[in-house]
Design a binder for this molecule. Structure first.
Ligand SMILES: [Zn+2]
Length: 321
């Protein structure tokens, strides 16, 4: 039996983060670095393991209850095998738990990053004191997690909570998942930037923006957000359209899970009021009244650290049996 510290790892496609976190949520130490994704799974895992070992050196392994990793993409939380990771080239059926179990003298857990971020927000972030919570991370894609009665919903294969891949528009754009018109294709940062580029190319956008965006394909979601913040109607409409789709999706989730709180994180959530006001208005107009009683739709509180805190919560739950 180890101590009460958790080594939490958030393995992202571009950066990895490692933190030493106590059971009360106090972050004791942290380190991060660029993920050497192009060098393949074993190079990535070796580098992350070296960072973990360096971080634990002072505290000692006897103070550590578990190493808990949040990974991007579908993962089997019981075996710790990553099925595939779209943002990590060459990752297919990678035994992350096996790799670490051979190298660290403590328990090893592995979970999906968006699922764990949901748990992080519920335990240590915006959703403290809630038991039923929906979490959405809206950035390049849309990921999610569902907390039911204080526990993360896993599903038969541990894959539950892919809230971005609910199809809403049968005549919408094709999605990387094989479906058509998924929420992710309609409301993610990628979708916003894509719509902006399409309208700039088609000459729908105001001439002054077309001049700004001489290369429509280089327009980023951040540019659209900045134009919207400056009051540009074209950009505000694009954000409102995406937020409307998000609200339609959230209405469905609210009807399925009847949560107390919907937490929205990820880069696109930083757009703020324009996005959240629209989502709340759509849910208010479309959800059945009883489902809206006391329902809060709020920004995430933990930012980029949600995965680290969620990995910690998962390890603490596991330790508690
Ligand atoms: Zn999809």
């Amino acid at each position: 039996m180890g101590g009460d510290l958790v080594v939490a790892v958030d393995l992202g496609g571009t950066r990895y983060r490692v933190a030493l976190i106590a059971a009360d949520g106090e972050l004791r130490a942290r380190v991060s670095g660029p993920t050497p994704a192009d060098r393949g799974p074993s190079a990535v895992l070796t580098q992350v393991h070296d960072a973990v070992a360096a971080l634990v050196r002072d505290a000692g392994w006897e103070a550590v209850a578990a190493v808990s990793l949040a990974v991007p993409g579908p993962v089997d939380p019981w075996t710790g095998v990553v099925r595939q990771a779209p943002n990590l080239p060459g990752w297919f059926e990678v035994d992350v738990r096996g790799f670490f179990a051979q190298r660290v003298p403590t328990r090893v857990l592995v979970g999906n990053d968006a699922n764990l971020a949901a748990l992080g927000e519920q335990r240590f972030g915006a959703g403290r004191a809630t038991r039923d919570l929906i979490y959405l991370t809206v950035s390049t894609g849309i990921g999610g997690g569902v907390i039911v009665d204080g526990r993360l919903l896993l599903g038969t294969h541990g894959l539950a909570g892919e809230l971005g891949h609910v199809a809403l528009d049968p005549s919408g754009p094709p999605c990387s998942c094989g479906n058509v018109g998924c929420l992710e294709r309609l409301a993610s940062g990628t979708a916003i930037a894509h719509r902006a580029a399409m309208e700039l190319r088609a000459g729908v956008a105001p001439a002054r923006l077309a001049a700004l965006a001489s290369d429509p394909d280089a327009v980023r979601t951040e540019d659209v957000a900045a134009w919207a913040a400056a009051g540009e109607p074209f950009a505000r409409r694009l954000i409102a359209d995406a937020a409307t789709w998000l609200g339609i999706g959230v209405t469905g989730f609210v009807h399925i899970f009847n949560p107390e709180m919907v937490v929205i994180g990820g880069g696109v959530s930083r757009i703020g009021d324009l996005l959240f006001d629209t989502v709340r208005a759509v849910v208010a107009a479309r959800a059945m009244p009883a489902f809206r009683e006391g329902l809060r739709i709020v920004p995430a509180a933990l930012g980029d650290d949600a995965g680290l805190y969620g990995a910690t919560a998962a390890a603490l739950d596991h330790t508690a049996g």
